[in-house]
Design a binder for this molecule. Structure first.
Ligand code: OSB
Ligand code: MG
Length: 382
């Protein structure tokens, strides 16, 4: 008791004064097509957490308008943040951003909603301590390697042209979305035009084990990996597929936590993991997965969810951790948006992003752009 009283003044809390949820609507420059559908209008939440000194931490929810990547949507994000997660933050003291995921644990899943709030608290924490978010997370890289993800195109000719533009721009690897009917033949054609380019494919869970013989043909194409070939919730059939294929399997949709990661690696379901902050419930869990994979000798890279600038900045900060050994999907802002909501925008030179050195996420919010794209707003006082 005495000891606790004596040290009490050393326990620093993060005094949250207000949370603001902004719902944004931004239009992608080009429609993006995956095996599960096409999107062009990006609806999402920007979260803002304000402290007693006027510092503002920002986060971004990566859920889509429809539950076609995972079960979460923009509207479920609002419901869960407003009715469950924000009340938890109002009722509890937060000493460190690592506390947040533990406080959220009684609420099952809803990982993107959790991550949007946790991310804003991480940014706020870094700003209060006048350090970069990257350093706050334990990252030390000054530059990060990035690749680009290319959606399913109307024609092979258009695909080849898009690849060429991105190879010329210096991107470190090219990811090509595939689905039944747009896979082996297309990739063969791509490989013959780009014999030495690091290429991978992402199926977004479009296949089953019945396609094993078909998928095995990819082994001739020297792909870096195939991402999420089988069901979004599977790690068993992926182990069978990996045992029968030379091409490394990378899991995306199937991995929601450290526990999922541990089990997938133990089963041999994959050789590589795509870490998306939103999909795993936030930065704290993302770091746990990273640390475990690094110990196990499993390569990881940072995935993307067609983020605006705030989400992009979080991805960049996470990617500075040393276990992110492969180029991620965090391409430059101008690949997606006419105008982004951060200043400066994310710029890619020769396939690398220079990590910003300003506190927190390291980019300023472009208040005018933020205002322009905001379609709804809710404020919660603490
Ligand atoms: O599977 O990685 C995916 C986009 C939307 C939904 C799922 C995925 C993707 C991408 C694009 O591949 C990543 C990006 O450029 O942000
Ligand atoms: Mg994917």
């Amino acid at each position: 008791m005495f000891l606790q009283d004596k040290w009490r003044f050393l326990i620093v809390t993060i005094p949250i004064k207000q949370i603001r949820l902004r719902k944004l609507n931004m239009r992608l420059k080009h429609p993006f097509t995956t095996s599960f559908g096409t999107m062009q209008d990006r609806h999402f939440f920007i979260t803002e957490v304000l402290d007693d000194r006027g510092n503002r931490g920002f986060g971004e929810s990566v859920a889509f308008i429809s539950p076609w990547y995972s079960e979460e949507t923009v509207e479920t994000n609002l419901h869960v943040m407003k009715d469950f997660l924000i009340p938890i933050l109002q009722e509890n003291e937060i000493k460190h951003p690592n506390d947040v995921s533990a406080l959220f644990e009684p609420i099952k899943r809803n990982l993107m909603a959790k991550s949007a709030l946790e991310g804003a608290i991480w940014d706020l924490y870094a700003k209060r301590n006048k350090m970069t978010l990257a350093n706050a997370l334990g990252g030390e890289k000054k530059v990060i390697d990035v690749g680009v993800s290319i959606g399913i195109q109307p024609t092979v000719k258009q695909l080849l042209e898009t690849i060429e533009e991105n190879v010329d721009a210096g991107y470190k690897r090219i990811k090509i979305k595939i689905k039944p009917g747009w896979d082996v033949d297309v990739l063969r054609e791509v490989r013959s035009h780009f014999p030495n380019t690091p290429i991978m494919a992402d199926a977004n869970s479009a296949y089953t084990l019945a396609d094993l013989d078909h998928l095995k043909q990819l082994d001739d194409l020297n792909l870096m990996m195939i991402e999420q070939p089988l069901a979004h919730d599977d790690i068993i059939d992926h182990a069978t597929l990996q045992a029968n294929m030379d091409t490394p399997i990378c899991l995306d949709e199937s991995i929601h936590s450290f526990e999922d990661t541990r089990k997938a690696i133990q089963l041999g379901s994959c050789k590589i993991i795509n870490i998306k902050i939103g999909r795993v419930g936030g930065l704290t869990e993302a770091i746990r997965i990273h640390d475990y994979c690094q110990k196990q000798g499993i390569d990881v890279w940072c995935g993307g969810m067609l983020e605006a600038g705030v989400g992009r900045a979080h991805n960049i900060a996470l990617t500075t951790l040393s276990g992110f050994t492969m180029p991620g999907d965090t391409a430059g802002s101008s690949n997606y948006w006419e105008k982004d909501i951060i200043s400066p925008e994310v710029i890619v030179h020769d396939g690398v992003i220079t990590v910003p050195d300003k506190p927190g996420i390291g980019y300023d919010i472009d208040e005018e752009a933020l205002h322009e794209f905001t379609v709804d707003e809710k404020v919660f006082q603490f």
